[in-house]
Design a protein around this ligand. Structure first.
Ligand SMILES: C[S@@+](CC[C@H](N)C(=O)[O-])C[C@H]1O[C@@H](n2cnc3c(N)ncnc32)[C@H](O)[C@@H]1O
Length: 206
């Protein structure tokens, strides 16, 4: 990992995704969470204040261990028991089949290089009838915007350390064997459409 990705990008990420105005979106996305939850792509732990009381335990994984001191402080201050483990979600994860009541990803499917294997692994880990909760940015339904997303994606992958702006999130989730129960599509206010095409929803194993 280069100097930018290791020392600069994590701070940019924490700043950009930790803006207070995003809190209400995180809270809304996490409302359906309950029981034993696995969060994938935990990043700097920005979801922690927004988990509802119905969540009993959070297992959090990320392929990186970003802003380690800050992350440890956030985990300590969290209102629920949290265990963080550094793991690559596109490999085989050390959890049992159907171990979790909910799986959560926020702004994460954009960044996982091998996203379909990761979604397949999430499907394995989720209890039947329980919820995969997602809040992701991705491909626009507007063809002109989508064309620009395709053009600029190679640049964004460098600036955003692997982040894709053109992934068809709902299609990917369906292709991995989930049935989408709820899906809200909207553009985040004050955000360029290229980056702010949001997919918020819940899905179940087919
Ligand atoms: C844009 S950040 C979002 C962080 C966090 N989910 C949030 O909402 O603030 C994407 C995160 O996904 C993680 N990530 C990327 N590829 C991954 C993989 N293969 N397995 C697990 N985490 C991954 C990155 O390290 C990063 O922390």
């Amino acid at each position: 990992m280069g100097i930018y990705a290791k020392y600069i990008f994590p701070h940019l990420l924490d700043w950009a995704l930790g803006k207070p105005e995003l809190g209400k979106y995180r809270q809304r996305a996490l409302e359906p969470a309950y029981g034993k939850v696995l969060e994938i792509g935990f990043g700097t732990g920005l979801n922690l204040p927004y988990y509802p009381a119905a969540v009993q335990r959070l297992m959090a994984i990320d392929s990186e261990h970003l802003l380690q001191k800050k992350l440890a402080q956030r985990i300590k201050a969290a209102p629920l028991p949290v265990e963080f483990v550094q793991l690559d979600a596109s490999g085989s994860l050390p959890f049992a089949d159907a171990e979790f009541d909910c799986i959560v990803t926020t702004w994460t499917l954009c960044s996982i290089a091998e996203v379909l294997p990761a979604l397949a692994e999430m499907r394995r880990l989720l209890k039947p009838t329980r919820r995969y909760i997602f809040f992701e940015h991705g491909r626009s339904d507007d063809t002109t915007t989508a064309r620009w997303q395709d053009r600029l994606n190679p640049v964004q992958k460098v600036i955003g350390v692997g982040c894709h702006i053109n992934r068809p999130i709902a299609n990917l989730i369906s292709a991995a064997g989930f049935a989408i129960d709820t899906l809200d599509r909207f553009v985040l206010p004050k955000t360029p459409r290229l980056f702010g095409e949001m997919y918020r929803g819940t899905a179940r194993r087919l």
